[in-house]
Ligand binder design. Structure first.
Ligand code: PEP
Length: 248
């Protein structure tokens, strides 16, 4: 039985005090259903948010990391530093990082293997552009991103891997994939996992949907049979909206 995971990606938003305020509103709420809730904060807020989370069940994630444990990489943050703070998850290969910061599939793969090495669970983002979808290349693109991201990842580590299917045209645009299309792509991704790793991984890997998830569409999307939760951007910045989503 896979527990749905709902992660709020704050992106480059929230000062420390704003983040603490938000976390204080969401950390103790009663969940309707068994669900894992994660906040993905900017690096600057991680330590204070970790303290604000305290011993509640809320989990903490970074939005990126370097693959090396340390060294001459000005401006980067290593897995050792993130583990030191006590984070649970790290978002890797978000389309904004691929698009604006030139992250390649190879970079994402190195980060995924490094996260696993340091016991940080990766949330690996994949998804097609509108052009690729219109040209019937969505599945091919997503398959290639997944196989490259997981190259060299062992079967025993797959239970800790989360995949976020985020069609790029749906991120921050207000457009969502239909729940049926999202479910179909996620079922397709699960089959890729099955072909690569077999039945156990097929059952355990959690695959979220991301792209303009809001209180009004969360229930329908997350209740699809193959969808194991959501990666939420804009709607995770308002406590009321995020609470509605996590109580889908
Ligand atoms: C995201 O940041 O991954 C995302 C899906 O953003 P939004 O929900 O705002 O589309």
């Amino acid at each position: 039985m896979r527990i749905p995971i709902i992660a709020g990606n704050w992106k480059m938003n929230m000062t420390i005090s704003q983040g603490i305020d938000l976390v204080n509103k969401i950390k103790d709420i009663t969940l309707k259903t068994d669900v894992e809730v994660v906040v993905c904060t900017p690096f600057t807020a991680l330590m204070d948010i970790k303290r604000a989370i305290g011993d509640t069940k809320l989990k903490l994630a970074a939005q990126n990391m370097h693959w090396e444990e340390g060294g001459a990489y000005t401006g980067e943050v290593s897995p050792v530093m993130l583990k030191d703070i006590g984070i649970d998850y790290v978002i890797l290969g978000h389309s904004e990082r691929r698009q604006y910061f030139g992250e390649s599939d190879d970079d994402v793969n190195k980060k995924v293997k490094s996260a696993i090495k340091y016991n940080i669970r990766p949330i690996i983002c994949v998804g097609e552009t509108l052009e690729e979808r219109e040209q019937g290349q969505a599945e091919e693109k997503v398959k290639s991103q997944i196989l490259k991201a997981l190259d060299g990842v062992e079967k025993k580590d797959t239970a800790d891997v989360v995949i976020a299917y985020e069609p790029i045209w749906a991120i921050g645009t207000g457009k969502t994939a239909s729940s049926k299309d999202a479910n179909n792509m996620i079922a397709y991704i699960r089959n890729i996992i099955m072909e690569k790793y077999g039945d156990e991984a097929f059952d355990k890997v959690r695959i979220q949907y991301g792209g303009s998830v809001k209180p009004g569409n969360a229930t329908e999307i997350i209740n699809q049979p193959d969808i194991d939760g959501a990666l939420v951007g804009g709607a995770s910045l308002k406590a009321d909206d995020f609470i509605k989503i996590i109580n889908f």
